[in-house]
Design a protein around this ligand. Structure first.
Ligand code: GRF
Length: 206
């Protein structure tokens, strides 16, 4: 993704805890994401712990409460805010709301999402519990571009872990989360490099 040598500016969207956002922020602060900066952190939930964590890090934040609003109207506010902060790449980090077609079109192939399963298995809510209850032996996480379908766009990378005999859904979620935090930084690095093409659904390194 070419920014003409300028830092790649991220817009992070979250609704909850914000551990993936924090993992990205720490990667930037610790030099693992060179030439990347967080332009703004947005939440659709006023008291999301993640937005407080962003304030604590002195990052620029904004809250646009989505409850009770039409999706297109709410998303129009988000688009204006992201554009106003010159965001190059949108990172969904536990953002619990579907994006409107208008939002997807505003940032073509510039929206990433992280999902706690090996897609296309177990899209939607409670993916870790879905995987555990199904009895699969390998679980993991996926970072993908966002399109108009839920947990669906071209896959950038996946990280897999075995499900252990001793696991329950909670311990599995915790172990997947460790992988998520590595995966998101890795995926941003890949996208920031611009060294890829998307062929159909396939992310292919050049
Ligand atoms: C993560 O499991 C992520 O994969 C999913 O929502 C959860 C968000 O967790 N999309 P956090 O808010 O980043 O801690």
């Amino acid at each position: 993704m070419s920014t003409g040598g300028k830092p790649l500016r991220l817009g992070v969207l979250l609704s909850g805890r914000g551990s993936n956002f924090l993992a990205i922020a720490h990667s930037i602060r610790e030099g693992r994401l060179p030439n990347v900066e967080i332009a703004i952190v947005l939440s659709n939930v006023a008291d999301a712990p993640g937005i407080q964590a962003a304030r604590d890090l002195n990052l620029t934040t904004a809250v646009f409460v989505s409850k009770g609003r039409a999706r297109a109207d709410h998303d129009a506010d988000l688009i204006a805010c992201l554009r106003g902060h010159n965001v190059d790449l949108v990172c969904l980090a536990g953002y619990m709301r579907l994006l409107s077609p208008g939002f997807i079109a505003a940032f073509p192939n510039r929206i990433l999402n992280i999902h706690p399963s090996l897609l296309p298995a177990f899209p939607g809510l409670d993916a870790q519990e879905q995987a555990f209850d199904y009895g699969v032996k390998i679980a993991g996480c996926t970072v993908h571009f966002v399109d108009e379908h839920l947990d669906h766009g071209a896959i950038i990378l996946q990280r897999a872990i075995p499900i252990l005999e001793t696991d329950d859904a909670h311990s599995l979620s915790e172990r997947i989360l460790v992988e998520e935090h590595i995966a998101y930084t890795d995926a941003i690095t890949r996208v920031a490099s611009g060294d890829y093409v998307i062929r159909g659904r396939r992310y292919v390194k050049r």
